[in-house]
Design a protein around this ligand. Structure first.
Ligand code: WQD
Length: 334
């Protein structure tokens, strides 16, 4: 079985390629290298001893996408390729709508033309905004997106769902909570470019002395310790969920043409919880200070993973400590 992984040299994409190859799938990667480096390919090969096919293609180039599908018979597509920085999306909305939506439309058009009907879509818990009820189930209402990035995920799900209604396309949207950590080989991990936007790379860069001090964005939230709560899931657990979801489609076990699953640990951790867990897991003191809230942040989000547990037979296995240890090992390697 040949699986196309778009954005396959990215953080979650590369970990998913490793798991696909471990499961015996043939993998072809499309990546435009706008937010990753070709060295990630060496990391994947070093881990699995298998060289995935790689095409440096910008999915905004419709003719290149069309030529690719003409000359590659694909059994399934896992679509990661997208811009994903929330803050950046607020400042550059058109870049996000062009890159995240146009590329999805071209991908779907080419899949249709070539009768390729299995799609796993990289979605996000961002689609829920600040949910009213916790833990968050897939039935939670989709609220108006707080950022163009979040809106592209909501729109992406709707575009795919509308397409399944008029075609043979079978799709699963995986709504990720907060992916962190890295492969236990320490050969691939998260490679933020510039100043990290996300918490964990900022934590590890502060511990490594690259950053002076971690800013904790707000301690006046309505949470046990006042800092915001998230569901931090190990990227390898997240990668494995993609394999299970792809197998579900390939074996036609999906119960409808469009399915949605929350992929998280089901456990909420505050920023201060993460700092404490990092210090304990890695025997490192972390220099931080409380700063004002970050605009656009929600107070609390953690997943109800019952559906993924029961329907996919998937369950997260790695702990927050496992994730923070692997993130620190990866940082020390940089
Ligand atoms: C986590 C918490 C911050 C940095 C983002 C995307 C979401 C998804 C996951 C893609 C928040 C706090 C952060 C820092 C801090 N990505 N924080 N100091 O915003 O929950 O979600 O990543 O799908 O779409 O929005 O993740 O890591 O930025 O923040 O205090 O230097 O850590 O305020 O409470 P977020 P994050």
């Amino acid at each position: 079985m040949k699986i196309l992984v778009t954005g396959g040299l990215g953080f979650i994409g590369s970990h998913t390629v490793v798991e696909l190859q471990n499961e015996g799938f043939e993998v072809v990667i499309i990546d435009d290298l706008s937010n990753s480096t070709i060295d990630v390919l060496d990391g994947i090969i070093a881990i699995t001893n298998k060289k995935p096919e790689f095409h440096q293609i910008d999915l905004k180039d419709k003719s290149k996408v069309s030529n690719f599908f003409k000359s590659n018979k694909i059994d399934g597509v896992i679509h990661f390729a997208a811009s994903k920085a929330v803050g950046e999306s607020v400042n550059e909305p058109l870049k996000y709508y062009e890159n995240n939506i146009t590329t999805l439309i071209y991908l779907l058009q080419e899949m249709q033309k070539n009768k390729m009907n299995n799609l796993i879509f990289s979605s996000s818990c961002t689609v829920y905004g600040q949910a009213d009820e916790l833990p968050i189930t897939e039935k939670a209402p989709i609220k108006k997106a707080e950022s163009p990035y979040g809106n592209t995920k909501q729109m992406g799900e709707e575009i795919i769902e509308d397409t399944t209604k008029v075609s043979k396309l079978n799709a699963i949207a995986l709504r990720y909570f907060n992916p962190i950590g890295g492969h236990d080989s320490v050969l691939i991990g998260e490679l933020p470019i510039g100043v990290p936007q996300n918490l964990i790379p900022y934590v590890t860069q502060t511990a490594a002395g690259i950053r002076e001090c971690l800013s904790v964005f707000g301690d006046d939230y309505d949470t046990p310790d006042g800092t915001a709560v998230r569901d931090y899931i190990h990227v390898v657990d997240l990668a494995k969920a993609h394999i299970i979801a792809m197998k579900r489609l390939l074996s036609k076990n999906n119960k409808s043409q469009m399915e949605f699953f929350n992929i998280g640990t089901g456990k909420g951790s505050s920023v201060l919880d993460v700092i404490k867990a990092f210090e304990e897991a890695n025997n490192q003191k972390l220099n931080y200070k409380i700063e004002p809230r970050r605009v656009g942040d929600i107070t609390v989000a953690y997943a109800d993973t019952t559906l993924a547990n029961n329907e996919l037979g998937w369950q997260s296995e790695l702990t927050l400590q496992d994730s923070l240890r692997s993130a620190w090992l990866w940082q020390q390697k940089q």
